[in-house]
Design a protein around this ligand. Sequence first.
Ligand code: SAM
Length: 385
Amino acid sequence: MEDAIREFTSGQDEIFRVVLSLPDRGTDVPARFLLEKVQGKEGDFWQSEQTEKAKVIRKTVPDPAAFLRENAPLYRQTDLFSPGVQVSYRRSKKGKVTRLVNQSSAARARGAHDREKAALIREGDRAPFLVDLGIFTKEYKVVRSMNDKFRQINRYLELLDDALKHFPKEEISILDFGCGKSYLTFLVYYYFSVLKKKRVTVLGYDLKEDVVARCNELAKAYGYHGMEFIVADVSRDVLTDRPVDLVITLHACDTATDYALFYAMKREIPYLFSVPCCQHEVNRTIQRGGGDLDLLLGHGLFKERTSALLTDAFRARILESRGYRVDVLEFVDFSHSPKNLMLRAKKTGKGGALPAELFELERRYGFRQTLLHLMEEEYGTKRGT
Ligand SMILES: C[S@@+](CC[C@H](N)C(=O)[O-])C[C@H]1O[C@@H](n2cnc3c(N)ncnc32)[C@H](O)[C@@H]1O
C-alpha cells in the first residue's frame, strides 16, 4: 500500500477521510479503521475511529501519514476520500495492488458541500464573457436554461483546479479541441490568468467559422491577448507545434476526441482533460461476435451504451499504454448531462506497445476505433516510444 500512502501524503489538503478495511488474516486489528479530518477551534486535525465491542473509540492522530504507514499494510483495502472522488487501493491475496477511482455517494455528498464553499466561479462574479456568452444575465445571475452548462463548466474547472492549482510554471499553454462557443475556453483562461495570475495562451479549434470569429471578437474586446481561435478540422488540418501543457476537450463530437487524444500522446503533453461526446463510430459497426459481449449487443439501447463505454475504455487503455495515469470520473450527475464521463490523464511514464487485446476485441466484434488506428499508424503494434 505504499502508493496509497504516497497519494495520501501528496493530496493531504484535499483528502478528508481514509478508511482501512479487510484486515489480513491473523492480524489482531479492528475490522475497519477510519481516519478523518475534523474541524477544531484552532484549525483542522486528524482523528482515528474504531469500534471495539460495540464501543466507538476516537483518538487524535498528530501525524496521519505515520499512522497510515503503521496501519495500512495490515489491511487489504485503503479508501481515500476527497471532494467528489473516492480512490480505492485494493491488495489481492496474491499481493497485487489495484487502484480504482470512483465517485461514491458519500464522497459526492461531502464533495457537493465542499464545492459550495469553494466554488471557483459563482453567480454574481463579474466575468463579462459569461454575460456575452449567454450564461449570466446582465445582473450576473445564471440564465435558467443555461444552468446545466454552468454546472458543467464549473465542475470541469474544479477538476482542473484539483490537479493544477499548484502548476509550477509562470506560464501555461492550453489547447481546446472542438471549442464551439467556448464557454469552457473562456472560463479556463479566466481561471489561470485572473485567479491564478499566470501568463496564459489558449488556442481553440473549431470547424465553425462564424463561431470562431465571434470568439476572437470577444477575446479582443476583453483584452484577453493570449486567446486565439482558429477554424480547423482537427482530423485533417495541421495543428500547432507550439509547446502545450494542457489539452482540454468538452463534448468534441464523435472521433474529434480521438484526434485530441492522439495529438496529446504524440506530443507527450503532460495534462489531458477530456469529456467525450457522442461515440457513434463503434456503435455503427459493432456486431455480435460469438463472445461474452453478445449479451450486450441484442437491444439498441444496450448496444449504444456498450459502444460508448467500449470507446472510452479503449481510449483510457491506450493512454495508459503510452505512460499516462488515467482517472475515469463521473463529471456531472447524469441528470445534468448524459455525456458525463471524464478522462483525466497525466503523463507519468514512458510509452509501451499498444494493448493487443484491443485489436482482438475489434476483430472479434467487427468494429473500428479511430484512436487505436491512429496510434497503430504512428507507432506500429509492437513497441511505442
Ligand atoms: C457539442 S459542441 C461542444 C462545444 C464546446 N466544447 C462546449 O462544450 O460548449 C462540439 C464542437 O466540436 C466541433 N467539432 C466537431 N468535429 C470537429 C473537428 N473535426 N474539428 C474541429 N472541431 C470539431 C463542432 O463544430 C462543435 O462546435
